[in-house]
Design a protein around this ligand. Structure first.
Ligand code: ADE
Ligand code: ZN
Length: 353
């Protein structure tokens, strides 16, 4: 039988919770900053020390949005998306549903031109990166536009209006940023608008906030996916609801560790929720900040929780089911995963090893 590491590294899967802005590595930020003649105020290298933890979600978000200041031109956005998807391909992550935060960019002015960065610059650049990566590596990627919940409803509606000409490139609407004090219901109207435009919706909920925010995402926003959802463990009825309706939970263990939602990886409830029958997935969230890409997250979590190859297989299968892939893409992805799983269980593999 194949060992757990080899299985995690090799299994074909997809990722359904990762932020475009969270894939910006230090070295790439420096490269783009230097070609754009921008001074980075705070090298992130400090945050990358082993064992480093932020004190809260907001403590992480401040430098995170600041790092975005290097991205000015379509090509900058293109390069970040392309380099990330190249890494996904190297890890056999064949499809990604990727968030992006337009409000972190369209609020900024390009210091070289004095003009605001436009929604079109952001999305055309990211799209180009996705197209080039598909051509060069065969990977696919859907875009999920997120509303920044620490801003106002008016800001969200204005951002959505700017997105309207590009809706054909946007697969879904999400909600992210500082959760505490910013309940999903604050954005009821913009989410209703998105649904009226045919977009499925979802929200970060129960990451730092309470289980009530997960209920609001389901019942008020009419979300079909919960991002994080850790707090569901505080509400038995909610756990049963999520299980019975097979609502995907896109969980991010290394992220929750770095953001002090949990103290140790062993405490993270992914194994427990999997056993309870929820459709849970594992994801990297912001890989350049939280110490690992998807397969690193999988291995670290599997080790801390004593997960088996079968558990990893289920998580990988769930990732295909939770994605916005077409039915044909899902069937092909799961068929490849099934083949890999069968190979992994072959006793001959142990003999060869
Ligand atoms: N934006 C990027 N990462 C995030 C997270 N973990 N929670 C909320 N918003 C985010
Ligand atoms: Zn996230």
């Amino acid at each position: 039988m194949m060992d757990l590491h080899t299985f995690c590294r090799g299994c074909p899967m997809c990722e359904v919770h990762v932020h475009f802005e969270g894939t910006l590595e230090d070295n790439q930020a420096e490269l783009i900053a230097s070609r754009n003649d921008i001074k980075l105020t705070r090298p992130r290298i400090l945050d990358m020390r082993p064992g480093f933890q932020y004190s809260s979600l907001q403590d992480f978000l401040d430098p995170y949005y600041e790092a975005c200041s290097v991205l000015l031109y379509e090509n900058d956005f293109r390069d970040v998306a392309y380099e990330f998807l190249k890494k996904q391909s190297a890890g056999n992550v064949r499809h990604t549903d990727m968030f992006f935060d337009p409000q972190a960019h369209i609020s900024r002015t390009n210091p070289r031109t004095g003009r605001k960065i436009t929604f079109g610059t952001v999305i055309r650049g990211i799209r180009k990166g996705i197209k080039d990566a598909n051509r060069d590596f065969g990977v696919t990627c859907n875009l999920v536009m997120c509303i920044l919940r620490h801003l106002t409803e008016k800001d969200a509606l204005e951002c959505f209006a700017q997105a309207v000409p590009y809706l054909k490139w946007i697969t879904a609407l999400g909600l992210d940023s500082g959760e505490r004090g910013n309940p999903p219901r604050k954005f009821k109207r913009v989410f209703a608008l998105a649904r009226a435009c045919g977009l499925p919706v979802r929200a970060h909920a129960g990451e730092e906030g309470p289980a009530a925010y997960i209920w609001q995402t389901l019942k008020v926003l009419k979300g079909t996916i919960i991002d994080h959802g850790v707090a569901c463990v505080d509400d038995e009825a909610l756990m049963v609801y999520l299980r019975d309706n097979q609502i995907p939970l896109t969980m991010c263990s290394l992220s929750s560790l770095r953001l002090r939602v949990i103290n140790t990886l062993a405490q993270y409830p992914v194994g427990r929720l999997l056993l309870f029958g929820l459709l849970v997935t594992l994801n990297s969230d912001d890989p350049a900040y939280f110490g690992g890409y998807l397969k690193d997250v999988l291995i670290a979590t599997a080790e801390a929780q004593n997960l088996t190859i079968h558990d990893i297989y289920k998580l990988a299968r769930n990732s295909w089911l939770a994605s916005y892939c077409t039915d044909a893409q899902k069937s092909a992805g799961i068929a490849d995963l099934d083949d890999f799983y069968k190979l992994a269980l072959t006793p001959a593999l142990t003999a060869v090893a």
